[in-house]
Design a protein around this ligand. Structure first.
Ligand SMILES: [Zn+2]
Length: 417
């Protein structure tokens, strides 16, 4: 299957520095459709100044910021290189190849991963790293066909087998039991902890309270609260069953012995775990534990990323956030989410900051996703101010061969295959 095209554009500003802006144009599937109040792909206006559509709150504001300079006939404050990919929601499987192919063209002083959102105080989340991910599928087939459940004493049930395999992956406390899983974990560092401690304890408590309220959950795993919960969220590798299926799940009953069972599992990885190495360790674990006939399929992977607190782009983003939103922003050493940020930090070797302008609990990836008009407009200002501030920050990298003149030049779609 061919890759979705990566859309690339360049624009020149009056400062020789170059900022690489990353965004994505793909979205999650809209299902379940019956829960949408308006059609998911029609951008309907709704109460509280909301614009409702699939993708409404996802990676917005950055293009409009560039357009506004053009509309006002202003010179851009620095050179821009913009890439929009169409496979972020499926783990960016082709982006690393694209980055490798166009490494020279993509040379920049820093990168901005514009895809995040605001916190409960209306401040944009700013993260100096993203978690990685390893996404796999387990498939267990024990018979050619489903059978009568009276045969259960004789024929192995794949659902039980799969459950036993899943149980072998982690203990009750959440510790992953695959040998060597934590070998390359390099976080939290002292810098990570001090960055978190700079954040008011009240803020940690509040964001955890908001999370519990939103999901109507009384206690969190391990009964953690405040800073402890945040540390667990940001620095703990996870093993999550994303889907589990076997046998009859329809109305009423059916006495059946299923022939097949499968599960989808995502492992979130912290710096500096490598998904390729961990996939091999998982396969060894399954073999040793006697699950060699469970088929393991790799569905996707992303490496974790990390940018130091002292990075000039981090300073630029914080300045822009404070000016736009009027509140002192707080940078986190890591986000609990994942994305292809490592292609900038590890493959291109530039500092990268993840941020964005989506409203908090905007139903992202869920029915009735929305952005409010205010957060959308603020996001445009925020993205513009990041550009304004980036060129003022001292850069540790060379700007290379870039020309200093204002010119908009969209190179159009170029496929990463
Ligand atoms: Zn996104």
């Amino acid at each position: 299957m061919g890759a979705n095209p990566v859309v690339y554009g360049e624009a020149y500003g009056f400062n020789p520095k170059t900022l690489l802006i990353y965004g994505h144009y793909d979205v999650q599937p809209p299902e379940p459709l019956e829960e949408w109040k308006t059609p998911p792909f029609e951008a309907a206006e709704a109460e509280h100044e909301r614009i409702v559509a699939r993708g409404a709150s996802d990676s917005k504001g950055n293009v409009k910021a560039i357009e506004s300079y053009k509309a006002l006939n202003f010179d851009l404050p620095l050179n821009l290189k913009v890439i929009f990919e169409g496979e972020e929601e499926i783990g960016s499987p082709n982006l690393p190849k694209y980055i490798e192919t166009y490494r020279g063209r993509l040379k920049a002083d820093a990168a901005i991963y514009f895809d995040g959102g605001l916190d409960y105080k209306g401040r944009p989340g700013i993260s100096l790293g993203l978690k990685g991910i390893l996404y796999v599928e387990f498939r267990c087939k024990t018979a050619k066909t489903d059978g009568h459940s009276s045969l259960a004493p004789l024929i192995e049930n794949p659902a039980w087998k799969l459950i036993n395999a899943l149980k072998s992956l982690k203990n009750e406390g959440g510790r992953i039991l695959i040998e060597g899983w934590y070998d390359d974990v390099k976080v939290p560092t002292e810098e990570d902890i001090s960055l978190l401690e700079e954040i008011n304890e009240e803020d940690h408590k509040r964001s955890i309270e908001e999370l519990k309220r939103h999901f109507a959950v009384e206690d969190l795993l391990g009964n953690v609260e405040g800073l402890e919960a945040i540390k667990k969220l940001l620095f703990e590798p996870t093993c999550n069953i994303a889907g589990l299926c076997s046998g009859y799940t329809g109305p009423s009953s059916k006495t059946v012995l299923p022939s097949e069972a499968y599960a989808k599992i995502d492992f979130r990885l912290v710096y500096d775990q490598n998904p390729g190495k961990l996939f091999e360790k998982l396969k060894v674990h399954m073999k040793i534990r006697g699950f060699r006939d469970i088929e393991i399929k790799l569905l996707g992977s992303l490496e974790p990323s990390k940018t130091p607190t002292s990075a000039p782009i981090a300073k630029a983003v914080k300045m822009a956030a404070e000016k736009t939103y009027g509140v002192k922003p707080q940078a986190a050493p890591m986000s609990s989410g994942s994305g292809p940020d490592y292609v900038f930090t590890k493959r291109l070797g530039v500092h990268s900051v993840w941020t964005g302008c989506a409203p908090i609990f905007s139903n992202a990836h869920a029915p009735n996703e929305f952005i409010t008009k205010k957060t959308f407009l603020d996001g445009i200002v925020y993205a513009s101010l990041i550009m304004e501030n980036s060129h003022r920050c001292e850069s540790p990298f060379s700007a290379g061969e870039l020309r200093v003149k204002t010119r908009f030049n969209t190179l159009g779609g170029s496929s990463s295959t």
